[in-house]
Design a protein around this ligand. Structure first.
Ligand code: GLY
Length: 376
């Protein structure tokens, strides 16, 4: 059986897979994207969409920070291209983040974070309680200070993902829903991809296959890639709604609150090692509401629209895996953990460079699957 033939098959229709398809189609490649469910329906639809490498720099390897900063720079152009092709907005905002110290312990933690950011050449500044409340008047009156990060931005994943799905189709990508890949097999002259859809099984042949299916990148897919040891890190977050009470992202060391222009307020997020348990829990909801109320008491009157649960794809060092899978024609782009939305444009751009240039770009050097030898 020869099957259909295309140039590139991307497996996975989340933020990463769609962005890769968008980039490669933009470079003139014929791309087919296979998504097991609906595009953008899993982790990408749950993500808060903070584009915040400075705020999230603590504990991150320098290789990740440089990659995050590169991706943040790509965002305006990326979303402009997606919006132009799709005719849809992506909810891009650049108001920054205000960290709030609720008490002296928080303040010490923020001073430590600010020092770390300075050491890494990142810009932030401590603010007084009065300035914090001038910036965000609904912040709790007993706040003792804050840390302002003007360089953080945000995107609304529930606007970005539908726009991206439409934009890839406008670029000619053959986007196939409810198509579950069972195997990726290198063979002479390319790669054979076996898939199942409701009611039929099929095969596609391509020059290149990119496995970008988040935490499902190793799930039921026979691939030549080494075991990555991908695991789901469960995140629960809340979607509140009402009159906007903050302009920028407000955080404490325990919680983040992300405002949308339509009155939605995201409160996130738990981090749990619970496998694929998709049930919301009373404990996580309680913790999120308490932590959010402590910094922004006005949330009390908002409506609770949704409790969202998603699975961050993580490998043991919490860095993404982007590059060759160890067999000709097969590439990986997964393991983005807390950074899938932020890293989508850089992942797409640099993976496309690796595919076209045949070499690993320096920014991807620390993100190769080979570092995980023996995982799984
Ligand atoms: N990027 C924030 C989170 O994963 O909760």
């Amino acid at each position: 059986m020869t099957g259909e033939r295309t140039e590139v098959v991307v497996i996975g229709g989340g933020a990463i897979g769609l962005s890769i398809a968008f980039e490669l189609a933009g470079r003139g490649r014929r791309v087919t994207l296979l998504e097991r469910g609906e595009p953008g329906a899993e982790a990408s639809a749950v993500a808060a969409g903070m584009l915040a490498p400075t705020s999230e720099s603590e504990g991150n390897a320098a290789s990740l920070l440089n990659f995050q900063l590169d991706s943040l720079c790509r965002y305006p152009e990326f979303t402009a291209a997606v919006s132009e092709l799709s005719g849809l907005g992506c909810g891009y905002r650049s108001e920054g983040t205000l960290w709030v110290a609720r008490h002296r312990d928080d303040e010490l933690e923020l001073e430590h974070l600010a020092a770390l950011q300075r050491e890494r050449g990142l810009t932030s500044r401590m603010v007084t309680a009065r300035e914090a409340r001038r910036l965000e008047p609904y912040v709790v009156p007993r706040a003792v200070g804050g840390l302002l990060v003007d360089g953080d931005h945000q995107i609304d994943p529930r606007r970005l993902l539908p726009a991206l799905a439409l934009a890839v189709e406008h670029r000619g990508v053959d986007l196939r829903r409810r198509t579950r890949v069972s195997g990726v097999f290198p063979e002479a002259g390319g790669v054979r991809i076996a898939y199942d859809t409701p009611g039929e099984s099929g095969e596609l042949r391509a020059d290149i296959a990119v496995i970008a299916a988040g935490v499902w990148s190793e799930d039921g897919i026979d691939t030549p890639a080494p075991p990555l040891g991908l695991r789901p890190v469960k995140g629960q977050l809340l979607r509140l709604r009402g009159e906007p009470i903050i302009q920028r992202v407000v955080r404490t060391p325990d919680v983040y609150l992300v405002p949308r222009s339509d009155g939605e307020l995201i409160v996130g997020a738990s981090e749990e090692e619970q496998g694929f348990d998709a049930q919301p829990t009373a404990g996580a909801v309680f913790d999120l509401l308490r932590d959010a109320w402590e910094v922004l008491p006005g949330i009390y009157d908002l409506h609770l629209d949704e409790i969202s649960v998603g699975f961050r794809p993580a490998v043991r060092d919490h860095l993404p895996v982007i590059g060759p899978a160890g067999a000709p024609g097969v590439f990986l782009a997964t393991g983005h953990y807390r950074n899938g939305i932020l890293l989508a444009p850089a992942t797409a751009y640099w993976l496309a460079e690796a595919i076209e240039g045949g070499e690993t770009p320096p920014l991807l050097a620390q993100l190769q699957a080979s570092r995980l030898a023996g995982a799984g």
